[in-house]
Design a protein around this ligand. Structure first.
Ligand SMILES: NC(=O)C1=CN([C@@H]2O[C@H](COP(=O)(O)OP(=O)(O)OC[C@H]3O[C@@H](n4cnc5c(N)ncnc54)[C@H](OP(=O)(O)O)[C@@H]3O)[C@@H](O)[C@H]2O)C=CC1
Ligand SMILES: O=C([O-])CC(=O)C(=O)O
Length: 260
């Protein structure tokens, strides 16, 4: 397998280091800043343009956010290259979802949504088969985890002294308004009852130090409650380490003869 990455930020760097440790490359990293068409001392080709991607790449991994998926996703899939993305909230835009789906079909490739900073998506997807009555997702982060998001318009994050909800609504609205924070809401929606029926609450909480994600679901299967306290990545307090780990796990599954 020859792997290319998009994005050299907190998640991209984590994934690149883990791939190198496993002898899986990466062959190339596509960024929008930094060196152009240069092979570093680590042997990794740094690119600025997707057109310069070397032949023979079999898997691309988007670690760069909604704009990157929108910019490069369809072209990658149309070239017949499978794509793993952590930017799945971008699929809340129906036009982009349709464009990516059509490109994947044309190219005979697959877009895989990494599970990201949350879990229990397997249980939700199975529960959907029997019928889900309701799914709620609650995202709670320390104030600095919401910096650069619409939470800043509602709250004084620097002076917050108690937990405050800054968003309540559908997963579609959450994913579109919080592109750097609500990919998890999109993952829950995708696995469960969809972007419009999934209820979301986003909370800034000065009393926590981790990124806490909760799912509550009811349906024919019974009830489900899931909570994860995720440690943020050192380079980006908005992003949980598990999100980066989930991209590596998704790659590992593609290499394994038996998968879960
Ligand atoms: N599924 C999940 O659970 C999670 C998903 N995410 C998603 O992952 C994204 C990345 O997270 P993280 O690494 O922490 O963020 P960072 O801000 O640390 O890094 C993002 C990187 O992507 C690059 N980039 C942005 N747009 C493009 C583009 N069009 N083409 C190429 N490179 C691009 C940026 O480049 P530059 O330096 O030039 O801006 C930057 O290097 C988040 O924006 C979010 O959407 C994050 C956390 C959890
Ligand atoms: O990393 C997290 O905790 C969640 C996140 O930012 C996202 O869902 O986009």
């Amino acid at each position: 397998m020859k792997i290319g990455l998009i994005g050299g930020g907190a998640i991209g760097c984590y994934v690149a280091a883990e791939l190198a440790a496993r002898g899986l490359g990466p062959e190339a990293v596509l960024t929008r800043s930094g060196p152009e068409d240069a092979r570093g001392s680590d042997g990794v080709l740094r690119l600025r343009r997707l057109e310069d991607l070397p032949e023979g790449i079999t898997l691309m991994v988007d670690c760069a956010g909604h704009a990157a998926l929108a910019e490069h996703g369809a072209a990658i899939l149309e070239r017949g290259i499978d794509l793993i993305t952590v930017s799945l909230g971008a699929l809340a835009d129906p036009a982009l979802a349709e464009r990516l789906s059509a490109a994947a079909e044309r190219g005979g490739a697959q877009l895989h949504l990494a599970s990201g900073a949350i879990g229990a998506l397997d249980a939700l997807a199975a529960a959907r088969v029997g019928g889900l009555a309701s799914v709620t997702y609650v995202g709670r982060k320390p104030p600095r985890g919401w910096q650069g998001s619409p939470a800043e318009e509602k709250l004084d994050l620097a002076r917050l002294d108690q937990a405050a909800t800054h968003f309540e609504g559908s997963a579609r609205e959450a994913a579109q308004r919080y592109p750097k924070n609500a990919n998890v809401a999109a993952a829950v929606a995708f696995a469960g009852i969809g972007f419009d029926a999934t209820q979301v609450r986003l909370v800034a909480d000065p009393g926590v130090t981790e990124n806490i994600h909760e799912i509550h679901a009811e349906g024919a299967f019974g009830t489900l409650s899931f909570r994860i306290n995720g440690k943020p990545l050192p380079d980006n307090p908005r992003s949980s380490a598990l999100a980066a780990m989930s991209a590596v796990a998704a790659i590992e599954r593609r290499c394994a003869p038996i998968t879960i």
